[in-house]
Design a protein around this ligand. Structure first.
Ligand SMILES: NC(=O)c1ccc[n+]([C@@H]2O[C@H](COP(=O)([O-])OP(=O)(O)OC[C@H]3O[C@@H](n4cnc5c(N)ncnc54)[C@H](O)[C@@H]3O)[C@@H](O)[C@H]2O)c1
Length: 294
């Protein structure tokens, strides 16, 4: 497998290390905002290959040289100061959307899998898909939200995390939908303290950023999960932001069998349905406005 990685920042670095140690990736091509940052990551990953005996060949490459890659990981971030206190991920729209639109032009007609990381991820995934024509664009975010949900609920209810089943879907952002009505613990319906969970879901990324600058390992794990499922290396369910009927990209559990996806949205109660409708409306509105502007 040959993977193209665009964006050698915090997430890109963690994804790179996971790919070098994946056991299935054979070639990794790296591009970034500058030759210096791409070269820095490649050099660091080369060191890793030597120390661990990884067979992965890591090179600097322009995005134009990645057209034959089996998959792309898109994690660029334009420089801007994010001072937002609410809808933090959406605050990246003005800076990042032109970068994603430019990349979409570079990858017009791309037929592989494109994993979008850049925030606001649901908007960026749609923008890349519609502008490039790529039909296999997957945004990551809901898998991390779901992992955080299960960890949080397990702690609040004092049960093992493996006993918790449940999803977070919709926007990777303030309009995320906690699917409390279908959440189970040890197979039984769970009493979910939704507001406490929501507070912790907002607090976790802040805690990570305050402590280590940027979130990286969780999202990198979500990227790997997206890749192994979409490339047909593993069967199972992972949450991904994918195209819905209205064209909006939203997070939903996706079952992959030999690389073939089928969406499996959980049943929702009326309140969750209303939240998902609100998320759809929000993302539709933001995208329509963006589409006129760039
Ligand atoms: N979807 C998720 O779950 C999730 C999780 C974490 C981060 N993110 C998002 O992923 C993006 C990257 O995050 P990060 O922490 O790695 O950022 P970062 O600032 O650490 O790194 C960004 C990288 O992008 C590169 N870059 C800038 N402009 C570029 C361009 N035009 N082409 C290619 N590369 C370019 C920079 O050189 C830098 O290496 C951000 O938008 C962030 O919000 C999403």
């Amino acid at each position: 497998m040959r993977i193209g990685l665009v964006g050698a920042g915090a997430v890109g670095q963690s994804v790179g290390a996971l790919l070098v140690e994946s056991g299935w990736c054979r070639e990794l091509l790296v591009a970034s905002g500058s030759e210096v940052s791409a070269c820095g990551l490649v050099t660091d990953l080369e060191d890793l290959t030597q120390i661990t005996g990884s067979p992965v060949r890591v090179t600097v490459a322009a995005p134009q040289a990645m057209g034959a890659c089996d998959a792309l990981v898109l994690s660029p971030r334009a420089r801007f100061a994010n001072t937002a206190r609410a809808d933090v991920r959406m605050a990246g729209l003005a800076a990042n959307a032109p970068v994603i639109a430019a990349l979409a032009r570079e990858f017009t007609g791309y037929t592989g899998v494109a994993v979008m990381v850049t925030n606001p991820v649901d908007i960026c995934a749609r923008l890349f898909a519609e502008r490039s024509g790529c039909t296999r664009v997957l945004g990551i975010g809901s898998a991390t939200d779901t992992a955080r949900y299960r960890l949080t609920l397990a702690r609040l209810l004092r049960v093992p995390v493996g006993a918790v089943r449940g999803h977070v879907i919709g926007e990777h952002g303030d309009a995320a939908v906690i699917c409390a009505s279908t959440t189970t613990v040890h197979g039984d319906p769970a009493a979910v303290p939704v507001q406490r969970v929501r507070d912790e879901l907002a607090a976790r990324p802040r805690r990570i950023s305050d402590g280590i600058g940027r979130t990286r390992s969780g999202p990198a794990g979500a990227v790997l999960a997206a890749l192994v499922h979409a490339l047909g290396l593993v069967d199972g369910v992972t949450e991904l932001s994918v195209r819905q009927e209205e064209g909006v990209y939203l997070g939903v559990p996706v079952q992959y069998t030999a690389g073939t996806p089928s969406l499996c949205p959980p049943p929702l109660d009326p309140s969750e349905t209303a939240q998902l409708n609100a998320a759809t409306e929000k993302l539709h509105h933001v995208y329509a406005q963006l589409n006129e502007e760039i």
